[in-house]
Design a protein around this ligand. Structure first.
Ligand SMILES: Nc1nc2c(c(=O)[nH]1)N[C@H]1C(S)=C(S)[C@@H](COP(=O)(O)O)O[C@H]1N2
Ligand SMILES: [Mo]
Length: 409
């Protein structure tokens, strides 16, 4: 399992990452010679370049990189073209021929895969929405200011993912009796509050990772998003995609999978990403790690502060069903009178499990209307709540989304 990647594959990678342009600029006439030289040298050069950032994204922090698109860029298309980036540390330097993914722990045989080995496995694609547990944190107001990236409602992306099924690798390794969890460990390096450097990691229950009662697991090891190679910022060369779970469980730059009888002890599983009131050590230790995300919706258009003009206002946005197998968006409702009366929006995209749905509406609006409000209801009849209880880390905010209007003078 140590074959060298072929030249066409290398050329595709170069194109996907804009490396060709970099090489032409920096090496001038030597570019062609550079391309003919060894793959290792080329990849090393690429890996040391700062990863390009989608210019549409609004950057919250540069190091680590955290950025989200303006909401206007999320009202369409269904497959997100401007995908938020949430990184806790520094992306690794990946040298493609040396890359290996290890599978170990409670398995019959520890195995490892090069990138070509992974690509030779049966290909699988899924569409799933990735969303950060901190999405909409900036709206959460309460007891104390909340530290962390002040996300708007743009830390969400619906993506067509291409790769191989996690269960395929697990079955190749053979899962031992008593195994209950699957850990993922990254190749990146993140600085913890105490200054220690650790790789990002987390885990999912084995039930989510393999098929049960003939239902295939949706969990994917992805190489590509929306038909393009993953970029470095999104986890090149391989990332996990766990449909239905908060983004933190979809580990980027995957280096190791460990099968275990307990959840991952990684900081981002055992400490961070929990809903807590005080954040005291004891409370954090007792709380369960967040897995599924809740039902949510946001208005992408109009932008806040728009003046009320006619008798209706055109509104567009997204609605996300909760991350439960088989649950979809049933309806989306809008109100311009503070939630007294509601009208139904038109759903304008597919309604699928693990995927957001787009909606639009012409909302009847009186001259004195001060806000537009949206709420989504899922296929089990559960509605997005009017409020979300404050929590110290600002996670899972899914209260009705409100956009302020400027009433007619
Ligand atoms: N290795 C690694 N994986 C990671 C992270 C990270 O910092 N390092 N961030 C996680 C979080 S919190 C989210 S929301 C998603 C974001 O994925 P994206 O940057 O591709 O949008 O990646 C997850 N996987
Ligand atoms: Mo996240």
């Amino acid at each position: 399992m140590t074959s060298q990647p072929s030249v066409p594959f290398e050329a595709r990678l170069a194109a996907a990452h804009g490396r060709r342009r970099f090489l032409e600029q920096s090496a001038g006439t030597a570019a062609a010679a550079f391309f003919a030289s060894t793959l290792t040298a080329v990849d090393r050069v690429w890996a040391q370049q700062p990863a390009p950032i989608d210019p549409k994204l609004v950057v919250h922090t540069r190091d680590p990189l955290n950025a989200e698109p303006p909401l206007a860029d999320l009202e369409s298309p269904w497959l997100t073209q401007h995908v938020y980036i949430r990184s806790h540390g520094t992306p690794p330097k990946i040298v493609v021929p040396q890359y290996r993914l290890f599978v170990e722990g409670m398995v019959e045989r520890a195995v490892s895969f090069g990138l070509d080995d992974l690509r030779a496995l049966p290909d699988h694609a899924i569409t799933a929405t990735l969303t950060c547990a901190g999405n909409r944190r900036s709206e959460m107001k309460g007891e104390k200011p909340i530290p962390g990236v002040p996300w708007g409602a743009g830390a969400v992306a619906n993506v067509r993912w291409h790769g191989v099924r996690l269960s395929n690798l697990l079955h190749r390794a053979g899962i031992k009796e008593g195994a209950k969890h699957v850990w993922f460990e990254s190749l990146d390096s993140c600085k913890l509050p105490d200054g220690k450097l650790v790789p990002f990691g987390g885990s999912i229950p084995l039930d989510k990772a393999i098929e049960s009662r003939d239902v295939q697991s949706p969990v994917l090891l992805a190489f590509a998003m929306n038909e393009k190679e993953l970029t470095l910022n999104h986890g090149f060369p391989v990332r996990v995609v766990v449909p239905g779970y908060i983004g933190a469980r979809s580990v980027k730059w995957l280096g190791k999978i460990v099968v275990s009888d307990r959840p991952s002890p990684n900081y981002y599983m055992a400490d961070a990403y929990k809903v807590v009131k005080t954040g005291d050590h004891e409370e954090v230790e007792k709380a369960n790690p967040i897995l599924e995300y809740p039902v949510n919706a946001a208005i992408c258009q109009p932008a806040p502060g728009i003046a009320v003009a006619g008798s209706t206002i055109k509104a567009k946005g997204y609605a996300l069903p909760p991350g439960k197998s088989g649950v979809t968006i049933d309806r989306v409702e809008l109100s311009s009178d503070g939630g007294r009366t509601w009208m139904k929006a038109k759903l304008t995209s597919p309604q699928r499990e693990y995927c957001w749905t787009h909606w639009e509406a012409d909302v009847p609006t009186s001259a004195t209307a001060a806000s537009l409000i949206v709420r989504a209801v899922d296929s089990r009849g559960e509605a997005q709540p009017e409020t979300t209880e404050w929590n110290a880390k600002g996670y899972l905010y899914n209260a009705w989304h409100r956009v302020a209007l400027k009433p007619k003078a």
